[in-house]
Design a protein around this ligand. Structure first.
Ligand SMILES: NC(=O)c1ccc[n+]([C@@H]2O[C@H](COP(=O)([O-])OP(=O)(O)OC[C@H]3O[C@@H](n4cnc5c(N)ncnc54)[C@H](O)[C@@H]3O)[C@@H](O)[C@H]2O)c1
Length: 331
């Protein structure tokens, strides 16, 4: 299979590196409008194209890693050329653009997916296996500002990863947890007039700005707290789940999970109170999530299967992002 990467900046170069390592990939093609970035991808054993047209004429499938504001334009070119596409997250800059793209992809017959990479973080699959009835979920994604110029707010830049996990993994099989339609919104923006919730019924509260944001989602019997920041001096990527019988702590970066069980025994020993706590370390098969994502994409193209993160899911993720930004007056 011949794979292409359009946009070989910081993310695209990782796609180039991984495709060039995979045995299923016969040839890797890359294109970037920026000469310096084009040059950097030449260090891999790949074919660097002079135009996007040249690349699209030669590949079966492509990773679209250009800045988000160009996703729609580049994806349209791929569709016109009958090339399967994996689009970096977020799917597009706006919900309207994503709706247009989902419609185009639906009728194209092509395999298309969106790079919500944390789905391929092995801790997510493990936690999903353990949870039954979460009472409280807290996901934090904080880091210092990047030197990279980003065209997204903190919500589409970072929080969208966790929106994707909450709505498409943790709460997907638990539809019974959702409350009946209501739309009680807090945050600085206040309630939306006459608008319907999109991805299920929940209450959404939020406070934040372009660089720092918290969102609180209230489901029928569960509360989810998300926070994301590019103002932190410490990098944090953590997930915390409380259930009646146990608590889970996970770290996206070191791919570790601990499960804490309720104290089994209280007692007095030599006039000191003792308490027996059980902490289990879950065995996680550590992997590079992007490598798993790209391998899954190639497999879907080969077998004509749907990619696990569908453009429609990515559109719904973006809708929730817009709702959060609307509440904060940063739409
Ligand atoms: N999945 C993740 O965790 C993750 C992480 C970072 C970035 N991203 C996403 O990846 C995309 C790229 O982000 P980045 O950080 O690599 O940006 P970047 O600015 O480092 O790289 C973008 C590259 O695209 C090139 N480019 C721009 N327009 C082009 C065009 N029309 N044709 C070809 N090349 C073009 C630029 O010259 C640049 O080299 C964004 O959508 C971003 O949201 C995803």
């Amino acid at each position: 299979m011949k794979l292409g990467v359009i946009g070989t900046g910081s993310m695209g170069r990782n796609h180039v590196r991984i495709y060039s390592e995979l045995k299923e990939v016969e040839e890797v093609y890359a294109f970037d409008v920026d000469k310096a970035n084009k040059k950097k991808s030449e260090e891999y054993d790949i074919i660097v194209c002079d135009t996007m047209g040249e690349l699209l004429a030669r590949v079966d499938a492509v990773s679209i890693c250009v800045p988000t504001k160009y996703h729609l334009e580049v994806a349209k070119r791929a569709i016109e050329n009958g090339v399967h596409c994996l689009i970096e997250k977020p799917i597009t800059l706006t919900v309207e653009e994503a709706e247009e793209l989902v419609n185009l992809l639906d009728t194209s017959g092509l395999i298309a997916g969106v790079g919500h990479i944390e789905r391929f973080n092995p801790i997510i699959e493990e936690i999903k296996r353990i949870i039954k009835n979460p009472l409280y979920v807290e996901i934090r994604r904080h880091n210092p500002a990047s030197t990279r110029i980003t065209d997204s707010s903190i919500v589409e830049d970072l929080m969208i990863h966790d929106i994707d996990i909450v709505f498409n993994v943790f709460y997907k099989p638990l539809q019974g947890l959702l409350v009946s339609p209501s739309w009680a919104c807090g945050g600085t923006g206040g309630a939306r007039d006459g608008a319907e919730p999109h991805s299920g019924d929940y209450e959404l509260y939020s406070a934040g700005n372009n660089d720092l944001c918290t969102a609180l989602l209230k489901f029928k019997s569960s509360i989810v707290s998300l926070s994301a920041s590019r103002k932190a001096s410490k990098k944090i990527r953590s997930v915390y789940v409380e259930e009646e019988e146990f608590t889970i702590e996970g770290d996206f970066m070191n791919q570790e999970i601990y499960v804490y069980r309720k104290p089994g025994k209280y007692g007095i020993e030599n006039e000191r109170y003792t308490q027996e706590n059980i902490i289990e370390k879950v065995l996680v098969n550590k992997v590079e999530p992007l490598k798993e994502e790209l391998k899954a994409f190639i497999k879907c193209v080969k077998n004509n299967d749907d990619f696990i993160i569908t453009p429609l899911q990515a559109l719904n993720n973006l809708r929730i992002c817009e709702d959060i930004r609307r509440l904060n007056g940063i739409l």
